[in-house]
Design a protein around this ligand. Structure first.
Ligand code: ATP
Ligand code: MG
Length: 214
């Protein structure tokens, strides 16, 4: 039969052991938390809700959102864009990968990586949001004539009202004719170039498209 003092001793030893194991587990968890995020950890996630949960825990709330996709600040001047809306949202990502490469850096954000299986996410260049005023000013600098945000949108959507302006600019502005030609040859949809679909490349001040999902 154990004496009272030896059972106290055993109890002390086991509580020390517990503390020690606790410390090991804690340091292991701290190490895990410190591990840099890897895109590999997104492999196998084929559910947008799960993807947003993982990215939300890692990067906090998105920096922007549209009807089909949200963008998380990621790495050094990049965003991780997620097709969250189901339906054909991933199709927008697929088109963006194609269109960004086809339009080129002068007119579009650069795409660096993407979910090759399901097109649920894209890693791309992060650009600054524009105000309406900034967008109109940039447009005037590049195209040479002042248009307001609605006219700019209608121009790229090739609205019949803007046909004369299109023809005028096509002959006058290299920036505009270059972009119009690229949109056509890349077969990129340009019906919805609203304010939030343009951004400014911070390093150069260039106006570029950030939503090429059409
Ligand atoms: N490359 C980027 N750099 C900075 N912000 C971005 C970038 N891409 C997207 N965003 C932000 O996320 C928002 C949603 O992205 P995006 O426009 O691509 O999604 P969408 O759902 O296709 O949009 P829409 O509602 O126009 O169809 C943008 O309006 C912008 O605020
Ligand atoms: Mg958009």
């Amino acid at each position: 039969m154990k004496s009272k003092s030896s059972s106290i001793f055993i109890h002390m030893k086991s509580s020390l052991l517990e503390q020690y194991v606790g410390m090991l587990v804690e340091s292991e968890l701290t190490e895990l938390a410190r591990e840099p995020f890897s895109l590999d950890s997104l492999k196998g996630i084929n559910n947008p809700k799960q993807l947003m949960k993982v990215l939300g825990q890692q990067f906090g709330p998105p920096i922007g959102g549209g009807v089909a996709r949200v963008a998380y600040a990621y790495g050094n001047n990049q965003v991780l864009k997620v097709a969250y809306a189901g339906g054909d949202a991933a199709e927008h990502n697929k088109k963006e990968v194609k269109n960004a490469a086809c339009l080129g850096k002068q007119y579009a954000i650069q795409v660096y990586d993407w979910d090759k299986e399901n097109f649920l996410w894209i890693v791309e260049e992060r650009v600054q949001k524009t105000t309406i005023e900034q967008l109109e000013t940039k447009f005037q600098e590049l195209a040479g004539i002042p248009l307001d945000i609605e006219q700019i949108r209608d121009l790229f959507a090739r609205s019949p009202d803007m046909q004369n302006v299109h023809q005028h600019l096509y002959g006058k502005s290299k920036w505009y004719s270059g972009l119009a030609d690229k949109l056509k040859s890349c077969n990129a949809g340009a019906e919805d170039f609203h304010q939030n679909n343009w951004g400014i490349r911070q390093s150069t001040g260039e106006l570029v498209l950030l939503d090429l999902g059409f």
